[in-house]
Design a protein around this ligand. Sequence first.
Ligand SMILES: NC(=O)C1=CN([C@@H]2O[C@H](COP(=O)(O)OP(=O)(O)OC[C@H]3O[C@@H](n4cnc5c(N)ncnc54)[C@H](OP(=O)(O)O)[C@@H]3O)[C@@H](O)[C@H]2O)C=CC1
Ligand SMILES: CC(C)CCC[C@@H](C)[C@H]1CC[C@H]2C3=CC=C4C[C@@H](O)CC[C@]4(C)[C@H]3CC[C@]12C
Length: 421
Amino acid sequence: MNKKTSVGEVLNYHVIPPVFLVFFTAATQILAQVGNPEKSFQLEYLVGNCFAWKCIGSLFAWAMIWLLVPSKKFNGPTTAFGLTPVYKANGELYYFASLGTLILIAGLKPKICVAIYENMGAILGGLNVVALSLCLFLLVRAKLKAKEDDPYLKENKYPILHEFYRGMELHPRLLGVDVKQLTNCRMGMIMWQLLIVIYLIAGWELHGFDAGHLVNVLLQTIYIYKFFRWETGYFNTLDITLDRAGYYLCWGCLVWIPAFYTFHSYFFVYHRPGVSIVGAVTLFILGLTSIWFNYDVDRQKELFRTAQKGKTVKIWGENAQAIEVSYKTADGQPRNSKLLISGWWGVARKINYTFELLAAFLWSVEAGFQYGVWPFLYFIFLTVLLIHRVFRDEEKCKTKYGRGWDTYCSKVPYRLLPYLL
Ligand SMILES: NC(=O)C1=CN([C@@H]2O[C@H](COP(=O)(O)OP(=O)(O)OC[C@H]3O[C@@H](n4cnc5c(N)ncnc54)[C@H](OP(=O)(O)O)[C@@H]3O)[C@@H](O)[C@H]2O)C=CC1
Ligand SMILES: CC(C)CCC[C@@H](C)[C@H]1CC[C@H]2C3=CC=C4C[C@@H](O)CC[C@]4(C)[C@H]3CC[C@]12C
């Protein structure tokens, strides 16, 4: 970096990586204890125990098998340096097989869910060891692998902790599988699903049935299923096309998702929501509606973008309207594209995030406000993450489409809520 470094750059490159590394890694262990006050901190919270390592090993092996078996393939978008990442397109099957296997195991070994819940501190300790080692390995390998075409790997201009935090390689592969598909989809997202079901069963066994906990888990289950149905669509998003494989993404998916994204469900095992049946049903209907709207926004874009050339797409009963935009591919080839201004995409530019936040609030509020802020931690984190992401995505679109993007912004001036934000 040059001598005239701005405050933003100092924060971004020197302060945020070490602070976030320590803060987020420590937070996972603190949360494991807040959620289950009957357990106190032990050394195994740092390094795992035998049970934890068996769980982690089995899940990794299971995820790897599904990424290695022959199945349909999906080509992700080609990078600026000409690499086309290849993924396995068996996400939906993997989802059902994983959930089915968990239910089978829980039926055969009824105590397993309580055991996992009780050992969550140790499991997170083990996951931390795996995730941090993986990030270190990816960093060292990227540093040593000089033959890589990606110019970013040769720049060598950022502090080492920043490189560890943000990652180096865009599409690294390990043991024949794509690392991001393994960590984000096949470990992070599936742990989210399996753990919340485990917590539901554990809570039921330890303290009896609770309708609020059931609604909390049902809503997230629908949301997570939606992700696996659309898994290949995820390979076109910022996480995959822009973010590199490092602490933020890989540690985030291997540790932060199982520790934090599931935290309210973990918390509800001991701190029962106790909502009435009418309250639970109301929250379920509202939550389902929010998830449907979030899905519908993404679906309209997908429908429009994948429609055959020349074919008109109907959105909300009318022919879809769009703005013509142009951009240049990485190798300088001019291309045309369209930005949808019909349906949800004419209401606000990131209305999908609004419904995402609403859904997250509705699956966190089952206990009301009796336990303070704890059940809402995910919702608060998500608000910050998505607001930051709005700006990151807009920067990407502005760079890609230039004036075309400005025209779109003038036609659809609001980001999250019409007339407000
Ligand atoms: N729970 C969580 O932690 C998170 C959940 N999510 C969810 O994941 C899903 C995907 O989100 P994400 O990938 O962040 O963002 P979007 O699905 O909003 O996709 C953004 C991209 O869509 C394209 N685009 C933007 N405007 C238009 C338009 N008007 N017409 C057509 N294409 C357009 C641009 O890409 P292009 O280059 O193709 O033009 C842009 O980069 C959402 O449902 C979101 O809520 C997202 C982040 C975090
Ligand atoms: C350093 C950490 C505290 C930050 C870690 C952040 C990551 C765990 C998350 C960043 C972006 C997140 C996601 C993006 C889009 C998604 C699509 C949605 O349909 C399902 C969820 C998700 C995959 C989500 C998962 C967590 C992140 C990767």
